[in-house]
Design a protein around this ligand. Sequence first.
Ligand SMILES: Nc1ncnc2c1ncn2[C@@H]1O[C@H](COP(=O)(O)O)[C@@H](O)[C@H]1OP(=O)(O)O
Ligand SMILES: [Mg+2]
Length: 353
Amino acid sequence: MTAQILYEQIGRLAARHQSTLKILVLVTKQSSFQAHRFCGIRYYSKMSVGESTNAPLLLRLVSEACTTANTAGSIVRKVLLSGELGVVDKGVNDLQTKADRCAQYYIVQRLKRCFPKATIIGEEGDDVSENLEGLLSPATTPPEPLFPEILNKSVPEKLLSISEENVVIWVDPLDGTQEFTKGLVGHVTTLIGIAVDARPVGGVIHQPFYEADGVKGRTMYGIPEVGHGGFTVTPPPEGKRIITTTRSHSNQRVEATLAALQPDEILRVGGAGHKAVLLIEGRAHAYVFASPGCKKWDTCAPEAVLVSIGGILTDMDGIPYRYSKDVEHVNQGGLLATAPGVDHSWYLKSIPK
Ligand SMILES: Nc1ncnc2c1ncn2[C@@H]1O[C@H](COP(=O)(O)O)[C@@H](O)[C@H]1OP(=O)(O)O
Ligand SMILES: [Mg+2]
């Protein structure tokens, strides 16, 4: 019996016995599956990659983060479709919706189950607890990893000895919330950044509203010194300077800095994840935001993905951010990120002090 048939049988069995709360663990020669209650609803999954393979921890973390972000994206889409956004203002110009809360709850619960000793820090705090009834289904929680090839990558010696206790996972369940509430859904991303010894070692950027060939959502990952996937790197155009920056959090200093850099074009879009995607796809040379505002969960995943393809992300003085569990959440020094092949130091030199 193949793993897929087994999986389908578990689904049918559990659907017929809605009232029973049983844990079924079926072990085949190839895979282990479990049907269990998760966040109050029944769902089925391959036992977490944390348990089921001998691949290095770094690869298991990134693999699980990809699959988790992909499902979180389907939650974000379903909340939007429901029409009930449940918007809450957390501060000045800082919104939270039901989609942020539900996606964070799903991501944190799932990653905690897979990597119980890791520290997980989510934008929406530790108290988020949501009923995910109706937001998850076997179709949105497929049992196989999204990118099976990740688990077979080779990892440099120094990244083989990572222990789970030293891992900090930074979660932004819905980056670009302002834009989400205004219907600019293309600016939205789900970000999962993985840090060890205060530096990003893996990152996942998921775009819930990207659609190609009938498939909803796009997941991109990057593992510095190991590889990347889910996208094709495109260099930005030569002989031009295109800068991307905030759409909804600008101020005088942000504008003065942009003016000093004399760009040919400024792309004002929402979300740190979305702006990182513009760099990855060669649509902008640099992401410049000369102000505090972005937090560690906004930049950890983008930095890992950018570095994995030769890009750079620092504060406005060229100092890399640190992502240890006790670090201040706000990126006080602003944000300067450059696409692969772009001279980061030129921007540092040209930015007025
Ligand atoms: N002043 C601010 N207050 C709250 N969040 C901010 C602020 N500036 C930036 N951010 C966060 O950084 C991301 C990138 O900024 P921007 O879109 O302005 O370029 C935003 O999507 C937002 O994340 P989030 O949407 O997850 O709250
Ligand atoms: Mg954010």
